[in-house]
Design a protein around this ligand. Structure first.
Ligand SMILES: *Cc1c(COP(=O)(O)O)cnc(C)c1O
Length: 362
């Protein structure tokens, strides 16, 4: 029996996507071999690859100035590739430090060149519970770029509006909220996201980049680390993770069939309203540490009155077929991830469980 999977990543995939992959695993589209076995230079894989680049561009609403890329190595490679390509000697880059991953991105940039924290929202306990207020974000007008993490997966905060950078190129790590809502891609010089939260399985990052901005990038890099090389090679500079690309393709088609980014936002808002509504209604028992205006629609963090009850909550949930609700060790408590594949019915089941647990233990 399949469980309801609230894992933070790798995360739930839509059931129709898994079923389709199962159906055509042995014989891909009548070719007599699996997509796993096709050459990355053959025409059958090529159609899959091109379709992913085209669908991603379409669903993201990329303007003509921007191109889509597929690069292995996940988001963590992008933490390094971004400053290696786009932070030149004599320049400094700004980072909004709003959580765990945002800090890692910043620290990686410091290894490559000069970087500065445009804000740091960590509290005295090291936890982040909000997105910075506009007056807290001090952007260096000469910065090579400002890097933000649109959704902070571990602490459960999300930028609801984009900062005004006054002309400084904006770069975003969108790992945990990509295509969960519409964004104006033209406002970004570069967007990157590991696929394993909202777009498919682990194994690759999808990137949208403004080609004009790339013209100022460094070119004295190893090929494998150069955006320009991947762009020139249509993201087949070397063997791409073909099966992961194929699965991302299935999920992008599923997103399109369900109303695209706008459809996902509608679905995701309803799920988040139900979950946060349940937490707020049962506020004598559950506590959500994040400021209301900074709450993430993708990852909801909450606690019961004690760490012991948190443990019991996770164990009891598991017994009822609800998996993956334990919080990250740096945030504690519970974290429920409401990525695109999660249905409103999944959240209804969780809400009923939360009600019963609070009655039983409150
Ligand atoms: C998961 C995550 C990462 C790390 O992704 P990897 O693919 O494991 O490198 C980075 N940033 C954010 C916001 C994430 O949620």
């Amino acid at each position: 029996m399949r469980k309801i999977n609230f894992n933070a990543g790798p995360a739930a995939l839509p059931l129709p996507v898994l079923e389709q992959a199962q159906k055509e695993l042995l014989d891909f589209k009548g070719t007599g071999i699996s997509i796993l076995e096709h050459s990355h230079r053959g025409k059958d894989y090529d159609l899959v690859h091109e379709e992913v680049l085209a669908l991603f561009s379409e669903l993201m609403g990329l303007p003509k100035s921007h191109s889509a890329l597929i690069v292995q190595g996940g988001a963590s490679l992008q933490f390094a590739m971004l400053p290696m390509n786009c932070l030149r000697a004599g320049q400094s880059a700004d980072y909004a430090v709003t959580g765990h991953w945002a800090r890692l991105a910043y620290e990686e940039a410091l290894r490559v060149g000069a970087a500065r924290a445009a804000c740091d929202t960590a509290g005295l306990d090291g936890k982040h519970t909000r997105i910075p207020r506009p007056d807290e974000l001090l952007i260096d007008p000469k910065a090579a770029y400002l890097h933000i993490t649109t959704n902070n997966t571990i602490f459960g905060t999300q930028w609801r509006t984009l900062p005004d950078t006054k002309g400084v190129p904006l770069v975003a790590d969108m790992c945990s909220d990509i295509l969960s809502r519409p964004v104006d891609a033209s406002k970004f010089a570069l967007i990157y996201a590991g696929a394993q939260k909202n777009l498919g399985p682990a194994g690759l990052a999808l990137i949208a980049v403004n080609r004009d901005w790339l013209k100022t990038a460094r070119t004295d890099l190893p090929d494998i680390l150069s955006y320009a090389v991947h762009l020139e090679a249509r993201s087949i500079y070397h063997t791409p993770p073909t099966f992961a690309v194929y699965l991302v393709g299935l999920q992008l088609k599923w997103i399109k069939a369900n109303g695209g980014a706008a459809g996902m936002e509608k679905r995701n808002s309803a799920k988040a309203e139900l979950l946060y509504g349940t937490i707020d209604r049962l506020k004598d028992f559950y506590r959500a540490p994040v400021e209301k205006t900074s709450r993430s629609q993708m990852n909801a963090v909450f606690h019961t009155p004690s760490p012991e009850l948190d443990d019991l909550f996770c164990a009891d949930a598991e017994k009822e077929g609800i998996a993956g609700v334990r919080g990250h060790r740096s945030a504690g408590g519970m974290r429920v991830s409401l990525y695109n594949a999660i249905t409103l019915d999944d959240v209804r089941t969780l809400a009923v469980f939360m009600d019963a647990f609070a009655k039983r233990r409150g």
